[in-house]
Design a protein around this ligand. Structure first.
Ligand code: SF4
Length: 417
């Protein structure tokens, strides 16, 4: 049912932000707000910003301006880490109605409802439900030298296990098949004696939930207990473990508590214990002081780790962090050139990983149909997106067995079995 009011949402940054925006959206939809695309005219616009880098902040401000130009009369609510760290930069944008810090996130929907109210209900199209992110933890105390998050999300908190399980049970009842457990430091989950591994085991027991995936997890938090829990058939054979650099001296400067050799031995152990697992990662290029030799170590480590997907980004100064004060800032041209070399390598690693899957059968959660090719699209459990030839009548939100037929730089193709 809707109240005649339209709402649009833009989320930047991490899975935790995505989860939090989803929570606002779910509450507003329950109150009758219709969700529209960010390019459409809306009565209320919510922008959940990111401040992980200066570029992320600039993108956040650009997103706010774009929404305002699509909906000049809307109530524009800006939240997230950029709103926490630099609220004035956002308040100064003409058309912004409210700038709210992270502590206000749970109240955003109520604030909007109080301002705009709920009116005559009309019919509204239900949204497709396939995969839902569930936030279980917030905050970080590691203070990596480049990262603003420990300043923006202070302290480490875990949601009560009862509350998490109740949410997952209600998502299962609503038809969701896959749960993505998220947290700023997912691997540090700890409530009433339940750690991350225990949490994964509990979620495996929820009827209706067919797949459990974990969002990013720090290398020092991938424990033997967690690897053991991942052997349950419902748990996706996928881990996103941020490497950030393959140079030991850069890792030390970054305040990352591991060496490249330790990272590689973890990757090897995970592959030994969970065959065909997809290991994805984040890498920062051009951290202050990164020499050509340091960068060569990163290339070597990435290749040895055999990542199936890599999110690489060029370091940019983040005011308020330790790295912003470091000498040896790398010129933009050098960062660009290194990033291009890294991307060439990681693209070929992704292709190599997908090629090894050809001829094999993998479960794929069908999430949508591609407008251009008419093929179904979805992810394997080890996180490779596949375009699937399916029999007529195939529906979304089903996990089907798919034989991987071909992997090219453009796409991975498969056929429903
Ligand atoms: S572990 Fe490091 S990169 Fe991750 S949130 Fe904490 S400080 Fe930031």
């Amino acid at each position: 049912m809707n109240n005649g009011l339209k709402a649009s949402y833009v989320t930047l940054g991490c899975k935790v932000n995505r989860y939090e925006t989803e929570a606002v959206r779910a509450k507003l939809e329950a109150a009758g707000f219709e969700t529209v695309r960010p390019t459409e005219k809306a009565d209320v616009c919510v922008v959940n910003t990111c401040a992980v880098t200066a570029t992320a902040e600039a993108k956040s401000r650009a997103a706010v301006r774009k929404l305002i130009s699509a909906s000049p009369d809307a109530l524009v609510v800006v939240c997230g880490c950029s709103a926490e760290i630099n609220p004035q930069d956002l308040t100064d944008i003409k058309g912004v109605s409210l700038v709210l810090g992270n502590d206000k996130k749970p109240d955003i929907a109520d604030i909007i409802i109080a301002k705009l109210g709920a009116r005559d209900p009309l019919k509204v199209k239900p949204r497709l439900r396939t995969r839902a992110a569930v936030k279980v933890q917030d905050g970080c105390d590691n203070f990596c030298a480049y990262c603003i998050i420990p300043y923006a999300r202070r302290g480490m908190t875990s949601r009560p296990i009862g509350e998490v399980m109740a949410e997952i049970e209600s998502l299962a009842a609503a038809g969701y098949k896959e749960i993505v457990l998220t947290g700023i430091r997912l691997g540090s989950y700890d409530d009433s004696g339940v750690d991350t591994a225990g949490l994964v085991r509990k979620v495996c027991g929820v009827p209706g939930i067919e797949r459990i995936r974990m969002s990013s997890i720090e290398p020092w938090e991938v424990t033997d207990g967690l690897i053991g829990a991942m052997k349950h058939p419902k748990v996706c054979r996928h881990l996103h473990i941020p490497l950030q650099s393959g140079s030991d001296s850069v890792l030390e400067q970054m305040n990352r508590p591991y060496t490249s050799a330790e990272f590689l031995s973890l990757a090897e152990k995970v592959r030994r214990e969970i065959p065909e697992i997809g290991i994805t990662t984040d890498i920062i290029v051009g951290f202050p002081g990164e020499s050509e030799d340091d960068f060569a170590d990163t290339l070597r480590t990435a290749e040895a780790a055999g990542f199936s997907r890599t999110h690489s980004f060029r370091y940019s100064i983040r005011k308020g962090t330790a790295a912003a004060e470091m000498t040896g800032q790398i010129p933009e041209g050098v960062k660009k050139e290194r990033a291009a070399r890294l991307n060439d390598l990681t693209d070929s690693l992704s292709l190599e990983f997908a090629r090894k899957m050809t001829g094999k059968t993998h479960p794929v959660l069908i999430e949508r149909f591609d407008a251009e090719t008419g093929l179904a699209r979805g992810f394997t459990d080890n996180y490779v997106e596949v375009y699937v030839e399916t029999p007529p009548g195939t529906k979304t939100n089903r996990i089907i067995d798919v034989e991987i037929a071909e992997a090219t730089a453009e796409r991975v193709l498969g056929k429903a079995k």
